[in-house]
Design a protein around this ligand. Sequence first.
Ligand code: ATP
Ligand code: MG
Length: 570
Amino acid sequence: MRASQLYAPTLRESPAEAELLSHKLMFRAGLIRKAAGGMYTYLPLAWRTMKKIMQIIREEMDAAGGQELMMPITQPAEIWHESGRWAVYGPEMMRLKDRHGRDFCLGPTHEEMITTLVRGEVKSYKQLPLMLYQIQNKYRDEIRPRFGLMRSREFVMKDLYSFDKDTDGMNVSYQKMYDAYTNIFTRCGLKFRAVEADNGAIGGGHSHEFTVLAPSGESNIAYCESCDYAASDEKAELKIIHAEAEEMKPLEKVSTPDAHTIELVKNYLGVPIEKTIKAVAFQDDDGGLILAFVRGDHEVNEIKVLNATGALHLHMAEESAITAAGGSAGFMSPIGISDSAKIVVDATVMEMYNAVAGANEVDAHFINVNPKRDFDAEKIIVADIRMVQEGDPCPHCGAALKMTRGIEVGQVFTLGSKYSKSLNATFLDEGGRETYFEMGCYGIGVGRTMAAAIEQNNDADGIIWTRAIAPFEVVVVPVNAKDSAQLEYAEKIYAELKKSGVDVLLDDRKERAGVKFKDCDLIGYPVRATVSPKTLDSGSVEVKVRRSGEVFNFNRADCIGGILSLLENL
Ligand code: ATP
Ligand code: MG
């Protein structure tokens, strides 16, 4: 391909609405253009990358036993009525009517379509397992389309659905997809983690979100660099931290005027924060008081408190409720509080010695609190209720956890028989019994994966593609394409690279060298081979690696081999 014929309009400025770096860079590098809110045209460079990502996805889906098909994007309302989701899907579903007034939607997902396809035709367990997938546009009228391709209203998704005869089979299919996803994102050169996810509304079974680690992501992730553990901050389990054992001193009440925060009490008493116990007071939907206690330097994880107490919602407690239970806001502890309050103590707190906690009266604290001795074991719930923090020990291997933000690029779910039941899709098992399929569904956002790759791989000059998904692997740049000697020299290198199977672009535009170099850096080709009067004279080629900035001067005779070996590590 020649840059003079390539439709890749680069820009100096990005649109004001673009907040995210990947969004700005895709505009500026001539990858995408907006058609309407959340609807984009993929220009040739972007589409080349999208096709490479889709090819990787196809290879891995096929290797795992998937078969590609293509279902209609437009789906009849009837099948959604049958599953019960027409009414519940809400305004995110794009709906339309045909000329006869019949209802349709543009598919946001295809569980209904695939299940009704298979139900009439897969009749025996002998035809299972079955994995069918497609790559096509999906439609979701997102309430806030933003961040360019990250959250758009029309986007390309790979969706695969698995059908098995029992849950064991379903779990095997799930594991195959989990492994295939790991291969896909590894091959794309992404730093990612499979994060345990809530199956939430879909119900039952398990789910992982494949999350690309990037500071601009929408989710908070705790992850370990020593093993593959990763979880959302709300889900991360935590090990108990054991304080060094001490002789338990007698409990004592001391005056702490105005010390109603941990910071104030620690300073007033001159104790380290790890020796203090902090209280957070909630009320449940019925007004019942819930007191949560964590170490002074820890934070309460409300989801874990919900799970530990069985409450449905938590509201910040009214002062009157605290007083009614015999407590005093800012000075609370489980010691001497009314039985009407539910008390949840973080498991780490139970391992503290001679700590400081409120005395349930204004301007007073207890010192030498030893929870194992002083808390009434009958009345308290002990559980992991704290929020993960950077440096907490990994629950799997003990190394210090890191915190980051992440972008969900794919998700795998086991569905069980949710859809086969609601859509009455059965087969005959070994014993001739009519049985519901055990299903799974597995999605990857192709455009979001491309955007996430840019979020993770860029610098002040532009995008830095990994070789596997770069729109072109190498660009050959004659600094002055008007000079026929340079152009000819560059043409030969271009032809030889092409012959060696390299996906190469020749920048034959008659632009100034500075303009061409800027564009190359902005678009982010992994390798640039430059031909200049100097290289022409010395019979060499200057080769620059976009990511590292390293420059090599290869002899003309060695340059193809040199470029090929550089590409191996990009
Ligand atoms: P999110 O929580 O980000 O809205 P989701 O959990 O609803 O996504 P899934 O139904 O799991 O998404 O869809 C599978 C994949 O499709 C997602 O992992 C994501 O990569 C992609 N995807 C979902 N919604 C969008 C969107 N609006 N724009 C671009 N890609 C999307
Ligand atoms: Mg998801």
